[in-house]
Design a protein around this ligand. Structure first.
Ligand code: 4G1
Length: 262
């Protein structure tokens, strides 16, 4: 079953190029992921096709009008009904939403899809949120000019989980966060690297960690696991706590971590 995203946006042109590049392209070509763009301005009325107005109560900036959003969502519901598609949940990208997690991405990848609402200006009229939005999702605590990049981020994360998109099913398992830890470092050719005379200001070691050249698969797997634990403990210690709480740290993991903090 294909995942369908209906995207409500004032800037549909931001979405087009994304569907033509990278490993996710095949998923769009084969309609494993079906992205339908709904340009909000098409649902605005009057000579000026207004989609925004000043906030009641005063203050800076503009608010997205509720009526074009409602008309657009009605058109989407009609289109979904005509396609005998299930009633997709309405997701609003908003700084007030719950942080996006790989767990939520996986759920969406296994489900029928969603209507994605991209805000602009200072935000959208609260009455649309109260009446129609099922879930608010945030990409993080910073100021953006709109919800389009969060929507593209979600679509990318869901698309690469569709069957056949990644060349190698094992790629999923190696991902950062498929086991809740950060990724180990990666190396490739050349094995021996001659830095240009002026090209290594930090004095970085040119050698590949020898264990990766050893051919000992068990040693390599253990080294990679230890590197994951090391970098996660250093940069995202809260992820170590969560993995521990899920019972995902072995005796060897715990021993390695206890040595790290010494
Ligand atoms: C107050 C960030 C406002 C922003 C506090 C992450 C940010 C959508 C996101 C804002 C947005 C903070 C997101 C802010 C987002 C309406 C249109 C809201 C743009 C808008 C921390 C502007 N993840 N931001 N307000 O950025 O939509 O999804």
């Amino acid at each position: 079953m294909a995942v369908r995203f209906d995207v409500i946006t004032l800037f549909p042109e931001l979405f087009a190029p994304f569907q033509t590049v990278g490993v996710t392209r095949r998923a769009f070509e084969t309609k494993a992921v079906d992205v339908r763009l709904w340009p909000l301005r098409d649902f605005a009325e009057g000579v000026y096709r207004r989609v925004d107005d000043r906030p009641f109560g005063g203050g800076p900036g503009m608010v997205m009008l509720v009526e074009p959003l409602v008309r657009c969502l009605s058109a989407i519901r009609s289109d979904q009904d005509a396609a005998a598609a299930p009633r997709l949940p309405v997701v609003l990208f908003s700084p007030a939403g719950k942080p996006l997690t790989q767990q939520r991405v996986q759920q969406l990848a296994e489900g029928p899809g969603a209507v994605l609402v991209c805000g602009r200006y200072e935000g959208i009229d609260q009455r649309f949120i109260d009446a129609h939005v099922d879930e608010e999702i945030s990409l993080g605590d910073y100021v953006l000019s709109g919800g389009e990049l969060p929507a593209l981020t979600l679509i990318d994360a869901v698309t690469r989980l569709q069957p056949g998109v990644l060349h190698d099913a094992a790629s999923h398992e190696q991902d950062s966060f498929s086991d809740g830890l950060l990724d180990c470092p990666h190396y490739s050719r050349p094995e021996v690297l001659d830095w240009p005379a002026d090209g290594n200001e930090r004095g970085v070691d040119a050698a590949v960690p020898p264990v990766l050249m050893s051919g000992h698969h068990a040693h390599i797997a253990r080294w990679r696991r230890e590197q994951q634990l090391r970098i996660t403990a250093l940069r995202r210690p809260e992820l170590i706590e969560l993995a521990r709480a899920r019972g995902e740290l072995s005796k060897h993991d715990e021993h390695f971590l206890s040595q790290l903090t010494l």
